[in-house]
Design a binder for this molecule. Structure first.
Ligand code: DGL
Length: 255
């Protein structure tokens, strides 16, 4: 059986890429909700409906576990999804805790980048409140990066000036860590590294998520040990992707 990966768009490929490295014997179904991306500016109710529709579809295809490779979808739906389905469901949340831990001693601040919807909910507020002792966490939505990614715009001359402008209100010398709290953002790591001072580290939850997936599969005896894995079928809002040009672009992001 396959492992399902879900995101509003191509952001989850940053997580699937790690899974292909760590769990190469597994086969994957990747569902991008291309019809409804971006989720960031939408309401909780709308997003909930889209996520349940997508997960129902993946269940019909046959999956043994599901990675919600989308911070926004996780924040809005993960507990309800776990109530409905019996298989392991791994979600993602902005990596605020490790970022705060890291910066406690050096008295630097943490900047969390995520979608508007992820940042405005009670779930995010309590995530920060749980680890925040000295009010060192700031946040910023970056919907532009989701739009760039979905249109395959990775050109430095377009992305870098946009990032500079968005971060211009922050005194970056004061920050120790930038959290990439949306799975689309790691696709732009090289662009961030162009403009962030070298003392700032970038963290995202991809590797941690995939390690968690591996542990859960192991624990439940669901791990694929042999066989030729590494195959990925892509679905765009429930329609199997067969367009070669599109498939080449998707595979390129996994290399
Ligand atoms: N990739 C998603 C996340 O991790 C959401 C992007 C969007 O659809 O706005 O939050």
């Amino acid at each position: 059986m396959h492992i399902g990966f879900f995101d509003s768009g191509i952001g989850g490929l940053s997580v699937l890429k790690e899974a292909l490295q760590l769990l190469p014997s597994e086969n994957y179904l990747y569902y991008a909700d291309t019809r409804h991306v971006p989720y960031g500016p939408k309401s909780r109710e709308e997003v909930r409906g889209y996520v349940f529709e997508a997960v129902d579809f993946l269940v019909q295809q046959g999956i043994k576990a599901l990675v919600i490779a989308c911070n926004t979808a996780t924040i809005v739906t993960v507990s309800d999804l776990r109530k409905k389905y019996g298989f392991p469901i791994i979600g993602m949340e902005p990596a605020v805790k490790p970022a705060v831990e890291k910066n406690k001693k050096n008295h630097k601040r943490v900047l969390v980048l995520a979608t508007e919807l992820a940042l405005k909910g009670e779930k995010y507020r309590s995530l920060v409140a749980k680890v925040e002792g000295r009010h060192i966490v700031d946040s910023l939505p970056l919907p532009e990066l989701v739009e760039f990614a979905e249109s395959y715009v990775f050109d430095e001359s377009i992305v870098v000036p946009c990032l500079k402008e968005k971060l211009s209100g922050f005194d970056l010398e004061q920050y120790g860590t930038v959290v990439l709290g949306c799975t689309h953002f790691p696709l732009f790591k090289a662009h961030f590294n162009k403009i962030l001072p070298p003392h700032i580290d970038l963290i995202d939850g991809s590797l941690g998520t995939v390690r968690h997936l591996k542990n859960l599969l192991e624990e439940k005896g669901l791990l694929e040990m042999t066989g030729d894995g590494g195959k990925v079928s892509f679905y765009a809002s429930g329609i199997l992707e067969t367009d070669t040009e599109k498939l080449n672009k998707l595979h390129a992001l996994l290399r």
